[in-house]
Structures are given as C-alpha cells and as structure tokens.
Design a protein around this ligand. Sequence first.
Ligand SMILES: [Zn+2]
Length: 289
Amino acid sequence: MKTATKLLCYPLTLAAVVISVLLLPSMASAQPVAKPKIRMYLFNNGEINGLDASEFNFKKEEVKSTDFIVTSELIVHPKGILLWESGSVPDAKLPADGSPYKEGVSIVTKSLASQMAAIGYSYKDVKYFAMSHLHSDHSGNANSLVHAKWIVQKADRDMMFAGKAQRVMDASLFSELKNADTILLNNEDYDVFGDGSVRIISAPGHTPGHQVLLVNLADTGPVLLAGDLYHLPEEIATGRTPTFEFDPATSAVSRAKVQALVKKTGAKMWIGHDKATHAGLNFSPKFYE
Ligand SMILES: [Zn+2]
C-alpha cells in the first residue's frame, strides 16, 4: 500500500511543481503588490493604580476603574524598527533581583530592555523612536533611544526643552533627545516607512504635540495606538478630558479626526492605558502580524 501511494503521489507532486513554476510569472504580474510583512510586539511597562477619578473629570461611580496599564509597542518593518512609547520608569531604576519597583502610584515589574531582549532585540536595534507625547509615563526610557531617529511634533518638542516645569513631565527622562537626529513635524501626519503601513497621526490637545499611530498589519488589519487621546473609555461617549489636558477644545477636534480615521479604515483602537482593552491582547513574545 505504502509503495503504491508513493508511486501515485510522485508524478502528481512533480506535475504540481511543473504547473506552479509555469504559472508563477503570470500569477505574480497579475497580483497586487504585496504588503510589507510587519510584526508588532506589545510590552507591559507596569501599572499606575489608585488614581482619583476627579483628575479625569469623573465621579468615582461614573467610571469602571481608574487603574491604568502602561504599554509600549515594537514595530518590526523590513525597512527598520520603530519603538512607540518607552514606559514610565527608566530600566536602571528596577531592582536587579527582579522584584517590582514602586514609585508613587507606579509599579513596574519588567524592564523594557529585558522584554526586548527576550525576543532578540536591544535599544540599539531601534531605528525610529516616537512617543505619543511628552508625559513622564511615556518617556521613561527615552534617553536610551538617543541613537534612533526621533519623530516628534514641534509643539511637544518646544515644550520639552523650554526649561519650564510642566505637570506630568520629567525633563530628566528625555534630556538626551535634545541632540538626537530628529524628524520634526508641524502638527502633521507622517508616513514612517513611506509605504503607508505605519503612520503617525497628529492629534494635539492632551499636550500641544500629542500624536497617535496607525499600524496596518497584513493579517490583524489596521490598529490605532491611541496614546492618551483618551485615558478612560468613558471619555469617548462623554467627551470629557482630564483636568491636566493642555487644550480640551483642540482635543475634541483631534478626537473627531481620529474617530473618523478609525471609521474609514476599520481600525481597532487601543487606548494606551486601558486595562480592559489590553486584558484581551497578546503581549510579547507573542505578536501581531
Ligand atoms: Zn499616559
């Protein structure tokens, strides 16, 4: 039986190979240009717990939770690697024995570098670095990305180096970026790899140069990394913004712009700090393609 099956299979396999080789050139020319193979890893950079709902202009009973997750994403594109966000605490502050590090309302268990190392990457591999905005819970390891091309909106960069204290900003976390090779954007969108697959979308308001990221994945589909366009999902229906919003009226315009983009593209929107959203997601070493 075995021999018979082999004998039967061999010519069939050979025929299949011959047919596919003959068909290949014509099929290739008839098909649209293949989308670049992009892989997106999601990192857990800790939690921020026990925040007061009133900071977000809500009563306690109006929101499900004010406990936040802190996240960052590594986007591996054939033309280079983009790191989006950088955690809330510099890796160097984490205890060497792996025990959790606590600072105020923040708690961090794993360094960003160790999560990148677990999938074979280091900060040095990062070609492009961008944060949604200048706040300290996004710029924890910004100084480790000084070698990368920094993509930032001019309005945020101006505030970062104006020498003036700002709420939720720690200038020591990003001081090295001042002399980084910088792609400076003027409240504009930016196509990171030039093929439409990874786009920075200007969405000011939370800070003067807040931005979000639209990643077009071949299998997963488009994903909108919303940064702090919203903090609590309850902000979507109510239109409320936190007490520390830079310019709520501008935020409303940005939210409308991003919601229209989400509708047009069918993107899934991930609110950066929303625990409920991230509870259903695959963190690194798993990935999205
Ligand atoms: Zn934040």
